[in-house]
Design a protein around this ligand. Structure first.
Ligand SMILES: *Cc1c(COP(=O)(O)O)cnc(C)c1O
Length: 360
């Protein structure tokens, strides 16, 4: 990949997404990286064994690393990436985290705390004073911005100041924004985490995660944890995620344009009491005025929108979040999180409007 590398460093992000992580450009070389199924390698090289590395992961890591501006490690899932990062924290140390972070992250923190591994301080991301005060004495500060599904946005530079003053690592889960809309490492954040299952892979057919950092020492430690714990992706997953990444810009731009138009129309509909949208991205949360039952009715009556959890795929999906017992009580019963896909916005709206009109 050496001959492409120099040119790639000057390319803009959409070009980087298409070009980085290809095999060397020599006659008859495949243009795209092949899927390498290998549990072991001939001895004497850098990789040696399938838990330590794989050429297909390496291509994915190179591409996502170039987009986020750091070194990348791929994982079996987003939560495998989260677990590996939380493992940096020593026994009894404090982790500050946004109360409305991804449910699985909050559950991992609760699990670790219940077993005496760490202390979790959950904060309201919209109250900057509270977040800054909580950073005192922390070892790690975990942000998600925007949060899932409350869609709160963090003041990353202000929180970074407080986290670094306390000597804590600052981590941002960038799953919702993607490197197309937000590059936290450029804001001097220490670690970025992704559920690549969502926008990065983008087609609702892969589970994968990623961790990124600019800090060589942190990279070495995190790679060591991955080598040891073994929550590594399959080569086919890495290949699918890289294939998805090639169109990330187009998908995010289209999903965002659709979302912005839907926000305008949803805000004017009397069946909806609240529309939450941070102004960017493809995720909208609406609160159905008449509550849980009406929200359930909506998610079961559409024909184009699919009632399903997860997000960031090409297809539009939505779900009532409180159908999950683990969802915090601070999320309204009637809140429906919508992951806007890349379909024609008029079809998306027709389907929603028909069902919303029935509710009203
Ligand atoms: C889905 C998700 C995760 C977990 O990722 P998996 O790939 O499902 O393990 C973590 N963070 C956010 C913001 C998510 O949406």
């Amino acid at each position: 990949m050496a001959n492409d590398q120099d040119a790639a460093s000057s390319y803009r992000p959409a070009t980087v997404a298409v070009t980085v992580g290809r095999p060397p450009s020599t006659p008859d070389a495949p243009m795209n990286v092949p899927v390498t199924f290998a549990s072991t390698y001939v001895a004497g090289g850098d990789v040696e064994y399938g838990r330590f590395g794989n050429p297909t992961w390496a291509a994915f890591e190179e591409a996502l690393g170039a987009l986020e501006g750091g070194r990348c490690l791929s994982f079996a899932s987003g939560l495998a990436a989260v677990a590996t990062v939380l493992d940096l924290v020593g026994t009894d140390q404090v982790v500050v985290a946004a109360r409305h972070s991804y449910n699985g992250t909050i559950m991992q923190l609760a699990d670790l705390e219940s077993r005496g591994r760490l202390k979790a301080r959950l904060v309201d991301l919209t109250n900057l004073d509270e977040v800054i005060a909580a950073c005192e004495g922390a070892a790690l500060v975990w942000l998600e911005s925007p949060t899932n599904p409350a869609l709160e946005v963090a003041d990353i530079p202000a929180i970074r100041e407080a986290a670094h003053a306390a000597g804590a690592y600052l981590v941002v889960d960038n799953t919702f924004a993607t490197p197309v809309l937000q590059r936290p490492l450029e804001l001097d954040v220490d670690i970025v985490v992704h559920s690549a299952t969502k926008y990065i892979a983008g087609h609702s057919d892969v589970l994968m995660g990623a961790v990124l950092t600019r800090d060589e020492e942190l990279y070495r430690v995190l790679k060591g944890r991955r080598d040891l714990i073994g929550a590594v992706p399959g080569p086919m997953e890495a290949w699918l995620a890289l294939r998805g990444l090639r169109t990330l810009h187009l998908r995010v731009e289209r999903a965002q344009a659709n979302a912005q138009e839907l926000v305008r129309r949803l805000s004017a509909h009397p069946a909806i009491s609240e529309v939450r949208y941070p102004g960017f991205g493809g995720i909208i949360s609406i609160v159905v005025a008449e509550g849980a039952l009406a929200a359930d009715l909506l998610t079961h009556k559409t024909s184009l929108w699919i009632n399903a959890t997860s997000l960031g795929g090409v297809e539009s999906t939505f779900e009532r979040r409180r159908r999950w017992k683990s969802e915090p009580a601070t999320i309204p019963e009637g809140l429906v999180r919508m992951s806007v896909g890349i379909e024609d916005v008029e079809d998306l709206w027709d389907d929603l409007e028909r069902c919303l009109d029935d509710l009203h």
